[in-house]
Design a protein. Structure first.
Length: 178
């Protein structure tokens, strides 16, 4: 009897080891995930935002792809000479796209929560790096509202008002590097 129980347990164990591999590949197909180019915006040497193109695995659905693109932005530039837009401990808590074209991006992390001691220009570039990255990659996105830890934020570092959704301002991007 003991051998029969052990044999059945072994068969179940072996059988269950194969399922995650099939499930993972099927999820990619079911979610229509493919590698696509996205434009991420970081501050360039001229103190304006500049686009950096990166290939990212994205689901076809814009609502699912939105958080992937913002997380890619928060990783920082692939160019090590470009300063990070946000503190290294910044996390994306959520990102939502509403039918009216408003995108909510909910950020968190210890530095933003405790008070980010950065200058006005750095905060301006960080805020608009999110706005430009979202609106450049998602035609449905018309404006972006930043939240901090799930709540409306007045500001991230005391300089840029975040009390309303923001549109992509042309004057913060280098026209040669859009």
């Amino acid at each position: 009897m003991r051998r029969v129980v052990l044999g059945i347990a072994l068969l179940l164990l072996v059988g269950s080891c194969k399922k995650p591999t099939r499930l993972m590949s099927n999820l990619a197909v079911a979610n229509k995930v493919s590698v696509r180019s996205v434009r991420l915006y970081f501050q360039g040497p001229d103190m304006l935002l500049a686009a950096e193109t990166r290939n990212v695995s994205l689901p076809e659905n814009p609502a699912g792809a939105l958080s992937v693109v913002v997380r890619e932005l928060l990783k920082g530039s692939a160019n090590s000479t470009v300063a990070r837009s946000f503190p290294a401990d910044t996390v994306l808590r959520a990102a939502y796209l509403l039918p009216d074209g408003t995108v909510f991006v909910d950020l968190g992390g210890p530095t933003l929560t405790q008070g980010w001691g950065t200058g006005s220009h750095e905060e301006l570039m960080a805020v608009y790096s999110v706005v430009w990255t979202v609106t450049a990659n998602f035609t449905e996105a018309k404006r972006v509202r930043l939240l901090l830890n799930g709540e409306p934020a007045e500001t991230l570092a005391g300089h840029v008002a975040l009390d309303r959704p923001l549109r992509a301002a042309e004057w913060v991007v280098d026209p040669r590097r859009r």
